[in-house]
Write a protein that binds this ligand. Structure first.
Ligand code: 13P
Length: 339
């Protein structure tokens, strides 16, 4: 097995998934605003310190995605964050895209930037301890969108990122996120997600990306958040699996879903339902940001005396998602499972 393949497999080890803690400075500010905490380099460090020093997290968390600022920061005891994670058996990774910008000639659509100079940045991140990378493309559903143009330019960029990452010895997490904002039906979400995944795997193939040494980070296929008709858990699970079965080669070792604005309970329940109707050709796991962190953020509120309660809240979500990896979660556990 190649090094890339063994890292990819370790990231989707049974019972475990990924913590996405790679919020950009702008995004983490929004999260901190929601708990009335000022976003400074030190509050951001203290918050990430809380997450990364949670005892027992390594039982459910295989890897953590860091942000450029965070990979250079240290824990309170002076240990660099990547080393702190490695010491617990958690694999450090890094977000390498530079965010989504307006796509020329395509009002309301976006293209993710960050390819210029990427080869050099990847080498630096590897030196800093990263073993894997992430790039997020954003696809919006609207009346006349997504356009073929937006889907294929983003797919092309994702594949360029993936090829460069593998060249640098880093496992790419390829994230084409079709947003679930809007009042579209689940059928429409299926159609646009399938178009997107088809384009992404065509580009990955054309650009010679080794499928065994990458992971896919897709959205789940849901009814639009503003749709009057909300598909239930079983329909979400079956529709998402159908989309992946049609579009994702079995050579890909794992699929790590984003939570994308679902409640933390819904994100866990949907993952659980998909694993309960397995086996599937790929591991089905999580790479959640909001759905893993929301209760911890709320418990913390920037107060050092709340760190233990926040760590407990994070560990609990990690454990429940760990159970969803094998279909062993049930919503009743929300009441009674202590971490
Ligand atoms: P969410 O789970 O909050 O969607 O974040 C995952 C992520 O990394 C988005 O790029």
């Amino acid at each position: 097995m190649s090094d890339l393949e063994s890292i990819a497999r370790a990231l989707v080890a049974p019972g475990k998934g990924i913590l996405a803690a790679d919020e950009s400075t702008g995004t983490i500010k929004k999260r901190f605003d929601s708990i009335q905490v000022e976003s400074t380099e030190e509050t951001r460090r203290a918050y990430r310190d809380l997450l990364f020093t949670t005892e027992g997290a390594a039982d459910y968390i295989s890897g953590v995605i860091l942000y450029d600022e965070t990979i250079r920061q240290t824990a309170t005891d002076g240990t660099p964050f990547p080393k702190l994670l490695e010491e617990q058996g958690i694999i450090p990774g890094i977000k390498v895209d530079k965010g989504a910008q307006p796509l020329a000639n395509a009002p309301e659509e976006k293209i993710t930037e960050g390819l210029d100079g990427l080869r050099e940045r990847l080498n630096e991140y590897r030196e800093l301890g990263a073993k894997f990378t992430k790039w997020r493309a954003v696809i919006t559903i609207g009346q006349e969108i997504p356009s073929q143009y937006c889907i294929w330019t983003n797919a092309h960029a994702l594949a360029r990122f993936a090829a460069l990452s593998q060249e640098a010895g880093l496992v790419p997490i390829v994230e084409p996120e079709v947003l679930m904002d809007g009042d579209h039906t689940i059928e429409r979400a299926y159609h646009e997600t399938a178009r997107t995944q088809h384009a992404v795997f065509t580009e990955l193939h054309d650009q010679r990306v080794q499928l065994e040494g990458m992971l896919l980070k897709p959205n789940m296929v849901l009814s639009g958040y503003d749709s009057a008709a909300q598909a239930g858990t079983d329909e979400v699970a079956r529709t998402t699996i159908k989309c992946l079965t049609h579009n994702v080669p079995a050579a890909v070792p794992g699929i790590v879903f984003l939570s994308g604005g679902q409640t933390d309970e819904a994100a866990t329940e949907h993952l659980n339902a998909m694993n309960a109707i397995g086996p599937h050709p790929w591991q089905l796991s999580f790479s959640y940001g909001r759905a893993l962190q929301a209760p911890a953020l709320k418990a913390w509120r920037g107060d050092p005396s709340n760190v233990a309660a926040a760590q407990e809240a994070y560990l609990r979500r990690a454990r429940l998602n760990g159970l969803a990896r094998s279909g062993e979660y049930s919503p009743e556990m929300e009441e009674r499972v202590a971490a």
